[in-house]
Design a protein around this ligand. Structure first.
Ligand code: NAD
Ligand code: 022
Ligand code: ZN
Ligand code: ZN
Length: 370
């Protein structure tokens, strides 16, 4: 079939809107009509050329929601008409990783997904002149139709609005999951969140949900505080207004440090500050931000010897097919908020404008509606 897509032809160039060929789903695969897609950081990281493993030409996009159009041979859990959210972290429920409750990193299709192809080693997308186009993070949601493995789709209720729940495909689940699954924050905790963007705000609403008493937000852009107050932040710190080192300031302010601290910036210096502002004896620091390739983190080992714990999380530790439908329910039941964070809704033709706003720090989340 033919479908419309925003194609990343080469690093550093804007996406080009064009018709592309999409082959029918093969064994274990599903054709999805994408109804909405969110613009997230790592799409930009790849498009800009900052990711040394970025491959071109490709169809980017890893956050979305849509409807099943056709299922390939052997697909049992989905049928045409089902509403779905694509998962860049799949859940096969069979591999050694899926069977271990300590991780959500399903490895069933890890190799081929990283190479930009389907599990059989080939791509379903091509340009109209026949040039193959690569898939991206197994999702490629910057196309009106896409093909995914069955294990990379969460079936969701049919009354959830696509243009809001698409954000659950990455940002919402990552932020809330970091609190609930990775840190397992308890009632009454004190937490510090570094970075109040599309991920940090969801960490904050996760902390409110978990019953944290004190939620300190830290951001170098004071404009980001307005939204964070609405989501449950109780104190705001602008590092440029702090004299001296930030970690001791935060430790002092919180009466010993955060029981839990979160990096949602991707900056390795911030990651160190986040660890060092965790409470002596028991504080846990969770790295959510993805740092540039090759970057390293540092601290004095004494920070760990004295009881602080350094952790990281991918997709908020969520097992997508199991957890994503529940997070959609939380949204529909009013337990969590999404709408105010979607600051811009665009057409596919306007997608490059969405990336410009991301660069300028003007948007929290831009969503493209097909
Ligand atoms: P964003 O740009 O919306 O937000 C980042 C925020 O950090 C901004 O508000 C910015 O002002 C602030 N910031 C930058 N430097 C700072 C500093 N030195 N001190 C304090 N604040 C600072 O980005 P986002 O969408 O929220 O994503 C944040 C990070 O999370 C990115 O690195 C992204 O790649 C990563 N991420 C990770 C996962 C995962 O599964 N681990 C999933 C999604 C996103
Ligand atoms: C999503 N991310 C950043 C912004 N939006 C993001 C990027 C990378 C990961 C998670 C979220 C991530 C963490 C750990 C891994 N990845 C490796 C998982 C593994 O090896 O099993 C990651 C993932 C997918 C891809 C690359 C790295 C990919 O499909 N290319 C989950
Ligand atoms: Zn993302
Ligand atoms: Zn698995």
């Amino acid at each position: 079939m033919r479908t419309k897509a925003a194609v990343a032809l080469e690093a550093g160039k804007p996406l080009e809107i064009m018709d592309v060929n999409l082959d029918a789903p093969k064994e274990g695969e599903v054709l999805v009509e994408v109804k909405a897609t969110g613009l997230c950081h790592t799409d930009d990281f790849t498009l800009s050329g900052a990711d040394p493993e970025g491959q071109f030409p490709a169809i980017l996009g890893h956050e979305g929601a849509g409807v099943v159009v056709e299922v390939g041979p052997g697909v049992k859990s989905l049928k045409p008409g089902d509403h779905v959210i694509p998962l860049y972290t799949p859940e096969c429920r069979e591999c050694e990783y899926c069977l271990n409750p300590k991780t959500n990193l399903c490895q069933a299709i890890r190799g081929t997904q990283g190479q930009g192809v389907m599990p059989d080693g080939t791509s379903r997308f091509s340009m109209t002149d026949g040039t193959p186009l690569l898939h991206y993070m197994g999702c490629s949601t910057f196309a009106n139709h896409t093909v995914l493995p069955e294990i990379a789709l969460a079936k969701i209720r049919s009354d959830a609005p696509f243009d809001k729940v698409c954000y659950i495909g990455c940002g919402v689940t990552t932020g809330i999951g970091a609190v609930v699954n990775t840190a397992k924050v308890e009632i009454g905790a004190t937490a510090i969140v570094f970075g109040l963007g599309g991920i940090g705000l969801n960490v904050i609403q996760g902390l409110r949900l978990a019953g944290a008493d004190r939620i300190v937000g830290v951001d170098i852009n004071p404009d980001k505080a307005d939204m964070a107050w609405k989501f449950g932040m109780t104190d705001f710190v602008n590092p440029s207004e702090v004299e001296g080192a930030l970690a001791p300031y935060l430790v002092e302010m919180t009466g010993g440090g955060g029981d839990y601290t979160f990096d949602a910036t991707g900056n390795v210096d911030v990651m160190r500050t986040a660890l060092e502002s965790a409470h002596k004896g028991w504080g846990e620091s969770v790295i959510i931000g993805v740092a540039p390739a090759g970057a390293e983190i540092a601290t004095r080992p004494f920070q760990l010897v004295t009881g602080r714990v350094w952790k990281g999380t991918a997709f908020g530790g969520a097992s997508g097919r199991t957890d994503v439908p529940r997070i959609v329910d939380w949204y529909m039941d009013g337990k969590i908020e999404i709408d105010p964070m979607i600051t811009h809704t665009l057409t596919l033709e306007e997608i490059n404008k969405g990336f410009d706003m991301m660069h300028a720090g003007e948007s929290i989340r831009s969503v493209v509606v097909y």
